[in-house]
Design a protein around this ligand. Structure first.
Ligand code: NAI
Length: 480
């Protein structure tokens, strides 16, 4: 029986290993982590992450060929294939601070593998890492090998949170990079054999190590760039009276462009896009390519601009101040169908509104008050460390409250900001919301989920990203 061990039981390690176990009953899969509470949650009825379909997959395999454990060294030493799916945060100090990936957790995992291994291993990079990380890991392992042979593979993960199980069941592609030596090719084949249990062969791409590592960064940069492109156009739509949904539809009808990922919004979030682009920028700079670095940096600048623009719209339209006013925030997760709040635009929007002294009342169907308080109190990039190593939020942000009900959150509010595209926000009784709000009542739709005309008919003043402006907003300067 092939034994797989995955180091890191997070958003990537948990679901990917659960699906491997589900699709390969003949393989034993153990997911290990230094976080005791995370492993306890994986072994309980309340999994540590929310992902549609995940519960079912875990329940069917857990205890049979899928295990979660904190006994890292034992399972690493017994495994044939070791996936490493640990955090790769952005460095906050020292060389490359604010851009480069911090490989502390990766390096410590590699040193531990070298310490405990007694048989040959295939070590698979699942985390997103800078180009040439495999080479560095290889050096750590071979210099400490005591006769054990290692093959390093790069197998970046392309799942999207919210649709992770679906993506893992039917991936667009699985990418495996390896050394172009007989041993390297054998290791690639061993990993291919795992995926071949359910992924058609023509969807399994093999490349050299560096191409695989760079493909992941490039793929995320392209995706984020599409969002920044449509968001840049949304600003121009508002200035000219064009409608970004119509423009995006017309553009996306071109089969060379395609319709997906063209929704204008308050900005992209999530743990990967910003981090991976910063990493790409840093690699370009290190390789003497400042023009290329600046090109990609602009994708992040437009994203920041879009979040600022949104806050400015809110404040400008409410008589240039939200001080002491109740603003309801519907949705805090970085997108629907996940409870993940890492780099969610809601953090910057809330901080912007708090900067103008607003009182904020938040409702999100999947995010807890504790998480929101942590997010608002944490320094940039601190979220990307194992939970028990994150600095604890010193004091709660008092002007922020949280409820589990959208009507309660909006009661008595002056304005409502929709920041996540949860389906349920389309179905709310907006007449009821309007009746219970201060007047004039404002809605700022950062995800284009509501029909502005219907809400205007109720009496709301509506701002929808990239849509023709309400006459109320036309003369309000909102760009900082
Ligand atoms: P995460 O923070 O949810 O999970 C990482 C886990 O690794 C944590 O539970 C942490 O306690 C554990 N860990 C850290 N150091 C360890 C060590 N030395 N030994 C054992 N466990 C250790 O992170 P997530 O989202 O799963 O991301 C992991 C990697 O995958 C990152 O490089 C990320 O950029 C990449 N990635 C993330 C995607 C996503 O959608 N979240 C998609 C594709 C790639």
């Amino acid at each position: 029986m092939v034994k797989i061990c995955c180091i890191g039981a997070g958003y990537v390690g948990g679901p990917t290993m659960a699906v491997i176990a589900f699709k390969c009953p003949s393989i034993e899969v153990v997911v290990v982590d230094i976080s005791v509470s995370r492993i306890a949650a994986w072994n309980s009825d309340q999994l540590p992450i929310y992902e549609p379909g995940l519960d079912d997959v875990v329940k069917q395999c857990r205890g049979k060929n899928l295990f979660f454990s904190t006994n890292i060294e034992q399972h690493v030493s017994e495994a044939d294939i070791i996936f490493v799916s640990v955090n790769t945060p952005t460095k906050t100090r020292g060389l490359g601070a604010g851009k480069a990936a911090d490989l502390t957790y990766w390096e410590s995992a590699a040193r531990m593998i070298a310490d405990v291994s007694k048989s040959d291993k295939i070590v698979v990079e699942k985390s997103t890492v800078p180009v040439k990380t495999a080479e560095a890991i290889e050096k750590i392992l071979t210099h400490n090998s005591r006769g054990v042979k290692y093959q390093i593979l790069s197998n970046p993960e392309f799942l999207a949170e919210g649709t992770a199980i679906q993506d893992l069941f039917k991936p667009d592609r699985v990418l495996i990079g390896g050394r172009e030596t007989p041993e390297g090719r054998k290791a690639v084949q061993a990993l291919k054999d795992v995926y071949a249990h359910w992924v058609p062969e023509d969807r399994i791409i093999t490349t050299n190590l560096w191409s695989a590592e760079l493909s992941k960064l490039a793929a995320n940069a392209f995706l984020a760039q599409r969002i920044s492109s449509v968001n840049a156009i949304s600003a121009l739509c508002e200035a000219t009276g064009a409608n970004v949904s119509e423009v995006a539809y017309a553009v996306g009808k071109d089969s060379r462009v395609g319709p997906r990922f063209l929704n204008a919004s308050v900005g992209f979030g999530g743990s990967c896009f910003q981090k991976d682009i910063l990493n790409l920028v840093y690699i370009c700079e290190c390789n003497g390519l400042p023009e290329v670095a600046n090109y990609w940096r602009q994708v992040i600048k437009i994203n920041d601009y879009q979040k600022n623009r949104f806050v400015n719209r809110v404040v400008a339209s409410m008589f240039n101040t939200v001080s002491g006013k109740k603003i309801a925030v519907l949705g805090f997760a970085f997108k629907k169908d996940t409870g993940d709040t890492r780099e969610t635009p809601a953090i910057d929007v809330c901080k912007g509104l708090l900067g103008d002294n607003a009182k904020i009342s938040i409702y999100d169907p999947q995010v807890t008050e504790e998480q929101i308080q942590r997010d608002l109190a944490m320094n940039k990039f601190d979220w990307d460390h194992p939970a028990h190593l994150q600095p604890m939020s010193p004091t709660a942000v008092k002007q922020v409250s949280m409820t589990w009900d959208a009507y309660e959150a909006t009661k008595g509010a002056h304005g409502v900001c929709i920041l996540t595209e949860w389906d349920e926000f389309k179905e709310l009784d907006y007449q009821r919301i309007y009746d219970n709000m201060q007047k004039p009542a404002f809605i700022f739709d950062g995800r284009n989920v509501v029909d502005p005309e219907k809400l205007r008919a109720i009496g709301f003043i509506v701002y929808s990203i990239g849509k023709p402006l309400d006459s109320w907003l036309k003369d309000m300067p909102a760009v900082a």
